[in-house]
Design a protein around this ligand. Structure first.
Ligand code: NAI
Ligand SMILES: O=C(O)/C=C/C=C(\O)C(=O)O
Length: 486
């Protein structure tokens, strides 16, 4: 069983209180790790370490030296690729191919790409006229914001944590990461990487624990934290925003979604089925960008539902390393209860269950795991709970539509605004619809295709701010304007 400590000032440390909590495997509910729970003392120590690194060796590095170190971090992650894959598979139970193709390589890329961005993105300069005719020059310099609190969810732990830590460090900040209580493994492993490549002590810190009345709340309330970046539930975002208002601290939020997939009758049918299948069921539906509402143009509706059903019924449940398996469990028993409660609610509200709706029969110890069936519903009104609320499980509701205007109105009829995926071969229509859908990210004839230089974030209740490329620099630095009279 793994013993996970906090990582503060370059050292792995237990909690002064001696408090620990268990992490259970999503596969079979066995206890697989014991985690030291950080209290106020550990948060204070982490803030102190992060602040002193900012004013110490780290703060004195040139951009080139920082960039070099971050390349070193990326290379060390790649060298220890298998350790990261194993650690994340243990926490989430998701298949090896998802780790090796998507989640872990993105961790390394998050350091390399933002090192490059910081090196290559210029700051602004304006020449201005003055009454004496000599003029003046304004130019901006970017300075790090300071100590950044990084609060992370469990669904793509390493990808989402490094997506914040990479740019924050590239910009010269120091960070205190609060990983999800359900997925602390890879954040801890990254501490080993930081030490191995010589990142100065205190630059990267990890405090483990829960949200309210635990590490998450202590961190986000701490006056020594200068800004907070958070990915997680909208409700948690509200609590963190309240905490950040003390001291006027900046926030960047990536929150929940209830994303629409839109399939026009002229779409490449097989590609659309495959795309919607991935967007609804990848990572067992635990992807913030995932599709839980599917709108299909009426002429192909029945055929589409049938094809998606066949794909959903073809998944093979099993352990991450099982060669015959391609489908994992949910993160925890608690999350499974939430998802299953929506499965029941859908039936109560009158859904036609096209497939799924329950728990698969699993052999041996796996019977104790957090498994649920991929589930498809039709026949519900747009007011139904499973059409309005984010479930964050492997499920979607499919409804027919008859016109472009109708589907745009349906897609926009939600409090959320994170992402959309549109499938059509009529590119003029694709661009038209994309511009009208009220979300931060739209994919046309694709899904989850990521260029880390592009803007990422949500509209409405799906988030505040944008990260990615230059947008990350906007959040992780402050621009100071210097005006020189010539
Ligand atoms: N928009 C996006 O990019 C993404 C959004 N999500 C959302 O995240 C949810 C799943 O992740 P969870 O870990 O369950 O989300 P969550 O919001 O419950 O927890 C996320 C993190 O916040 C911490 N936390 C909880 N309450 C807190 C508080 N009062 N103060 C400070 N920290 C607190 C937790 O310990 C955890 O580390 C999904 O429902 C989805 O909506 C997940 C991934 C990406
Ligand atoms: O690609 C990103 O930067 C973010 C991806 C988000 C997820 O995978 C998620 O939140 O599930």
């Amino acid at each position: 069983m793994r013993q996970i400590q906090n990582f503060i000032g370059g050292e792995f440390v237990a909690a002064a209180s001696g408090k620990r909590f268990d992490k259970r495997s999503p596969l079979d509910n066995r206890v697989i790790a014991s985690i030291a729970e950080a209290g106020q003392a550990e948060i204070d120590a982490a803030v102190k370490a992060a602040r002193s690194a900012l004013h110490g060796e780290w703060g004195g590095l040139t951009t080139d030296q920082r960039v070099e170190l971050l390349y070193g971090v990326a290379n060390e992650i790649t060298r220890r690729f298998e350790d990261f894959v194993e650690a994340e598979m243990a926490d989430t139970g998701q298949p090896r191919h998802v780790m090796t193709n998507v989640f872990i390589p993105r961790g390394a890329a998050n350091f390399k790409v933002f090192a490059d961005v910081v090196k290559n993105v210029p700051t602004e300069a304006f020449q201005m006229a003055t009454p004496d005719g000599r003029g003046a020059l304004n130019y901006g310099i970017r300075v790090p914001k300071g100590v950044i609190g990084v609060v992370c969810p469990w669904n793509a732990p390493f990808l989402l944590m490094t997506w914040k830590v990479g740019p924050a460090l590239a910009c010269g900040n120091t960070v205190i990461v609060k990983p999800s209580e359900e997925a602390a493994n890879t954040a801890t492993l990254l501490g080993e990487v930081m030490n191995a490549v010589g990142v100065p002590k205190g630059v990267y810190n990890v405090v483990n624990g829960f949200g309210p009345d635990s590490a998450g709340e202590f961190l986000t309330r701490h006056p020594g934290v200068d800004a907070i970046t958070f990915t997680g539930e909208t409700r948690t975002g509200t609590a963190i925003m309240k905490a950040a208002s003390e001291g006027m601290r900046d926030v960047s939020f990536e929150l929940g979604g209830k994303n629409a997939g839109i399939v026009f009758a002229d779409a490449d049918f097989d590609a659309a089925v495959e795309g919607i299948f991935r967007s609804a069921f990848l990572n067992s539906g635990q992807v913030c960008l995932g599709t839980e509402r599917v709108y299909v143009e009426r002429p192909i509706f029945e055929r589409f539902v049938q094809a998606l059903k066949e794909k959903a019924e073809g998944v093979k449940f099993g352990r991450p390393d099982d060669h015959d398996a391609d489908y994992g469990p949910l993160i925890s028993q608690e999350h499974r209860q939430k998802v299953l409660s929506y499965y029941r609610k859908a039936v109560e509200e009158g859904a036609t269950v096209v497939t799924g709706g329950g728990v698969p029969q699993m052999p041996g110890a796996l019977a104790e795991g957090a498994w649920v069936e991929p589930t498809i519903w039709t026949g519900l009104p747009e007011t139904a709970s499973v059409v309005r609320e984010e479930i964050f499980g492997p499920c979607c509701h499919i409804r027919p539509f008859d016109s472009e205007n109708e589907v745009v109105a349906l897609a926009n009829d939600t409090d959320y605004g994170l992402s959309t995926t549109i499938w059509t071969t009529n590119l003029a229509r694709a661009h038209r619809v994309a511009a009208r859908v009220e979300v931060g990210i739209t994919w046309i004839n694709s899904w989850f295709l990521r260029d880390l230089r592009s803007a990422f974030g949500g509209s409405k209740q799906s988030g505040i701010g944008r990260e990615g490329g230059v947008h990350s620099l906007e959040f992780y630095t402050e621009t100071r304007n210097i005006c020189v009279k010539l």
